[in-house]
Design a protein around this ligand. Structure first.
Ligand code: NI
Ligand code: MN
Length: 227
């Protein structure tokens, strides 16, 4: 069975693999780009890449409603546990065999402070190896860093990269990221939520296909791509 990636808008995604629904960075409330709501979305697992409000957003509410286990860094899972949320701590460079696959937290060049001012540890990217052996890399919020090349060496089938600029990589650096990661497929994210991160994803996708071997897929919020 192939993995299905759903883009819910901004940095919020879903992955369906092996019969499990994995919700990543659930930010629906106050997200002008959200294609669904914190009340309607389904999840067996939730992964939070870092502490910023546009990523941890509705994690507590969705976890409490669905009973989903939340996976994040040690600092964020401690913060969630205090609020009565069941959580699994990991950290950068560490992977764990969850029922939906082997999830490794990767380096990300960003911040991670939690909305109430608590320390959110280091931000992470996510590298998932599904039980069928597909590799999916979600860079999450990050600037460009040279060791993306190391992630690429694992053989990435699908990469999801931010292109919004201002808070993360912009289109130029995201194109350089594609050249380092060399994924088979790439999807842009973290753009057009607000004017400050307005970008043309189709122009970017054209550059990707002109200058690399990757296939670029521009999704509308709510649309999905299956490997
Ligand atoms: Ni952020
Ligand atoms: Mn963000």
């Amino acid at each position: 069975m192939s993995a299905k990636y759903i883009w819910y808008g901004h940095g919020t995604s879903g992955l369906e693999t092996g019969g499990y629904k994995v919700l990543i960075d659930p930010f629906f409330t106050d997200n002008p780009a959200a294609s669904t709501t914190a009340e309607a979305v389904e999840a067996d697992f939730i992964v939070v890449s870092h502490g910023h409000g546009d990523h941890i957003g509705d994690a507590v509410a969705v976890a409490k409603r669905t009973g989903a286990l939340v996976i994040s860094n040690f600092e964020i899972t401690n913060w969630l546990s205090v609020q009565g949320v069941e959580a699994h701590p990991q950290h950068i460079g560490g992977g764990f065999n969850h029922p939906f696959g082997y999830l490794k937290l990767t380096h990300a060049l960003h911040g991670s402070g939690l909305p109430d001012g608590s320390y959110g540890g280091n931000p992470a990217g996510l590298l998932l190896t599904t039980n069928d052996g597909e590799k999916i890399y979600l860079a999450c919020d990050t600037g460009l860093f040279a060791s993306m090349k190391l992630i690429g060496e694992e053989g990435v089938d699908l990469a999801v990269l931010p292109i919004g600029d201002n808070f993360t990589m912009g289109p130029d650096d995201a194109l350089r990221a594609v050249k380092m990661v060399q994924p088979k497929h790439v999807i842009p994210a973290h753009y057009n939520t607000w004017p400050v991160i307005e970008q043309d994803p189709f122009a970017w996708a054209e550059r990707v296909e002109d200058e690399t071997d990757a296939k670029a897929h521009v999704l509308k919020p709510g649309e999905s791509f299956s490997l």
